[in-house]
Every structure is written in C-alpha cells, then in structure tokens.
Design a protein around this ligand. Structure first.
Ligand SMILES: Cc1cc2nc3c(=O)[nH]c(=O)nc-3n(C[C@H](O)[C@H](O)[C@H](O)COP(=O)(O)OP(=O)(O)OC[C@H]3O[C@@H](n4cnc5c(N)ncnc54)[C@H](O)[C@@H]3O)c2cc1C
Length: 385
C-alpha cells in the first residue's frame, strides 16, 4: 500500500455525508476522511415541507453530524473561509487543512436580502427556522390569503414550492377553513419544474388548478412591502398576502465565489461525468456545481443528484488511492417524489443528460409514492447518520 492519503470534504450536507461514508467504506485506515461543516446538526431538507404544516417536529428531522465519527470519519466543525484548489487546501476558522483530494460540497447560499422587504415580510421555508415560524403563523392564521413565492427562477428542488402549496391546501381543508382564504403561487419561472419537460409541468399545473390554487407564473418579484403585505413584480402586477412563504434567491457560497473554483456564474464548473474541476484531484458535487444541459438550462439542483454524484466521486477517489482504474460515471439520472397532500405523492424521474432534452417518466399520485418518501426519510435519518 502507498502512503496514507487525506481526503477533505467541504460541506456536511447530502453530498458531503454520502461522499464521506462511501470513502470510509472503501478506504481502510490509515487513510483519513475529514468532513468539514459549520453546523452541528444535519437537517433532512425534504422534511421541512412536512414540518411547515405541522406533520413533523424539528428534532425528528435532524441528526448530529458527529455521529459520523463512530464510522471513522473525522468531523471538523468550523467556518470554511478560504479554498485554494491549486494547493488542495482550505482555511477553516483560521486554521489550514491540506488534502490529497478535495471534495467541494458546499451547496447553495440563500440570499433573501436581494429582494427588498422579503425577509421582513415572510418565512423562508428553505431553512429550519423559517419552516418553524411559518408553521406557527399558519396555525394562528385561520383565514386570509396565503402566498407561496419563488423569488428567482432557479432554485434547489424545483418541486418544493409546489408541494408546499399543496400541503398547505390539505392543511386548511383538514382544518375545515379552506374556504376562508385563497392560496396563490407566484413564480418567477414560466412553469413548474421546467427542465423535467412539458408533461411534468402540465401535470403539476393541473393538480394546482384542481385544488383551487391560483398560479401566477412569470412573476419576478422586485420588492415586498411588509407593512402593506404587498408584492411588486417586474411586469407591473401586484399581489397581496396575509401570510407569505418564500423560496429565496440562491447563489454560490461566498467562499466559493471568492475562490479560483468559481466559473462565470459563480457556481463551479465540472466534468459532467467525473465531477472533477479543472484542478486535478479537486471535485465538486451537488448544488454548488452548474452542469449545462443541451436544452439551455442547467441540471436542476436536488439532493438526488448530490447523492449520486457523491457516490461516483467517492468511488473514483478510492480507486485512485488504491491504484485502480476509475470505475464511476455520473449519468444524469435522478427522480423525485412530489407530495400533494392527503397522504399522497406523485413520482417522476429519468435521464436528465438525454439529448436534445431530458427523458422523464411520471407516475400519478398515490399513497404508495408518499410511503416511498416516508421510507426514504426514515432510512436517511436512521441509517445514513
Ligand atoms: C424544502 C426542501 C425540500 C427538498 N426536497 C428535496 C427532495 O424531495 N428531493 C431532492 O432530491 N432534493 C430535495 N431538496 C434539495 C436538497 O436538499 C439539496 O439539493 C441538497 O441538500 C444538496 O446537497 P449538497 O450537499 O449539494 O448541499 P447541502 O445539503 O446544502 O450542504 C451544503 C453544506 O455546506 C455547509 N456550508 C456551506 N458553506 C459553508 C462554509 N463556508 N463553512 C462551513 N460549512 C459550509 C452548509 O452548512 C451545508 O450543510 C429539498 C430542499 C429543500 C430546501
């Protein structure tokens, strides 16, 4: 065996946790697997949607990252302040850490401040704190208009705001107060889940319509007036709300934007199959990367892709360390459950690398797919961490 190697994984979200586990499984000691993360807890993001309508408690959807230490992964808590991909080095809370390989899995940064008034006026259900405050407001707002807003057209998990609207609809129906207030979705994008194709987009629109949820696509918000509870859009339209849940604008994390890893868009460019950056031995996975597709839009940001990419990268780094040929190749396949309320979910997925456009199959909503999502949640929380 050659000299012991150190693999440094930056970010302990979906991609980072999967990469660390896979590497530890494939590489014996004394090779080191080091995971760096600022947060003590790992939150299972898909469950935020259930939390915001009172179907989950906060403590039930998170786990301490330090649990990974039991598997032989070194968990280092701190703020990643600088990344030097050339030297495969990161500065973490003032200290430098060097790796033989770097895996950048820092996700997307949420930037609500880009829209004046947004943060003061509503709840960002893309964070644990925002989903919690929304849940409290929902419980005490038995009537009035609820608006779900996407503040920019590209965001992680393109299904999430639509699922949120449908779960809120079900919550109000169960409480017998659905008629006491409208539910509106204002979207910056031209339609739901556009990259998955017109069939998927149309199916989601039909479900919204059937539930009496008003849909306003192509509405790019410019400002929110928290006092008047009013949204202003680029197209000159206005929208009123009593309770606002929003998806904030996304951008690459600051430490990535300030590094040599950042491409023109701020996100990291990688080889679409190996996920290697232009720096040898430095990989990037998950939401922090931008992978262009033939249809002119990037691969959607979703945990399912972060997960698959992490497995490929871990496999290939382990092979390189062990002197074997690279064995993994990310092929753009992915799928997702779409919660629609009443204990039902739809399911869709396919080949997002297919050309000229992704080939996606969709399955009508049923209890079976909802159960599938619940089982996935359980296995992630109990087996992964
Ligand atoms: C409400 C909601 C529902 C979702 N539902 C689904 C779903 O059903 N299916 C699906 O596939 N995807 C879903 N997603 C998307 C999914 O959660 C993300 O795509 C996935 O987490 C991306 O993984 P990642 O590892 O790239 O980034 P993340 O999981 O976001 O991890 C990035 C990590 O890096 C850390 N970090 C960032 N900067 C620093 C720094 N400077 N120093 C230290 N640490 C840092 C962060 O704290 C974070 O823990 C959902 C997301 C939300 C918000």
């Amino acid at each position: 065996m050659g000299a012991p190697k150190t693999i440094v994984i930056l970010g302990g979200g979906v991609g980072g946790v999967v990469a660390a586990r896979e590497l530890r499984k494939r590489l014996g000691r004394p090779h080191r697997v080091v995971l760096v993360e600022r947060e003590p807890q790992h939150v299972f993001a898909p469950s935020l949607l259930w939390l915001m309508v009172g179907q989950r408690e906060s403590r039930a959807i998170q786990r301490p990252l330090d649990r990974l230490e039991r598997k032989g992964i070194e968990v280092l808590h701190g703020e990643i302040e600088k990344i030097d991909p050339e030297a495969r080095r990161a500065t973490i809370s003032g200290k430098t850490v060097d790796g033989d390989y770097l895996v950048v899995a820092l996700g997307a940064e949420l930037a609500p401040e880009k829209v004046p008034g947004l943060r003061e006026a509503g709840h960002s259900f893309y964070t644990l704190a925002g989903a919690e405050t929304f849940r409290e407001s929902l419980a005490s707002t038995r009537k009035g208009r609820i608006v779900i807003l996407t503040a920019a057209p590209a965001y992680k998990c393109p299904a999430a705001p639509y699922e949120a609207a449908l779960l809120i609809d079900a919550f109000r129906r169960e409480g017998g107060v659905r008629d006491a207030g409208a539910i509106d979705v204002y979207a910056a994008e031209p339609g739901p889940m556009g990259v998955a194709g017109p069939e998927m987009s149309g199916a989601v629109k039909q479900i919204l319509q059937a539930k009496g949820i008003a849909y306003h696509p192509d509405h790019q918000v410019t400002a929110v007036d928290p006092g008047a509870k009013r949204l202003a859009f680029v197209n000159g339209a206005h929208g009123d709300f009593d309770l606002l849940a929003y998806v904030p604008p996304h951008r690459a994390p600051g430490v990535v934007r300030e590094s040599a890893l950042a491409g023109e868009t701020g996100w990291v460019s990688v080889d679409r199959h190996s996920l290697e950056t232009r720096f040898r031995g430095v990989y990037a996975i998950g939401d922090v990367v931008s992978i262009p597709l033939k249809l002119g839009k990037p691969l959607p940001k979703a945990g399912v892709f972060a997960h698959a990419e992490a497995e490929v990268v871990a496999k290939n780094i382990a092979s390189a360390v062990l002197g074997q040929a690279a064995a993994g190749r990310f092929d753009g396949h992915g799928e997702c459950f779409i919660e629609i309320g009443d204990g039902k979910a739809g399911f869709g997925g396919g080949d997002f690398y297919a050309e000229p456009e992704p080939v996606v199959q969709i399955h009508a909503p049923s209890r079976r797919w909802h159960l599938g999502k619940v089982l996935f949640e359980k296995s992630w929380l109990h087996l992964t961490l």
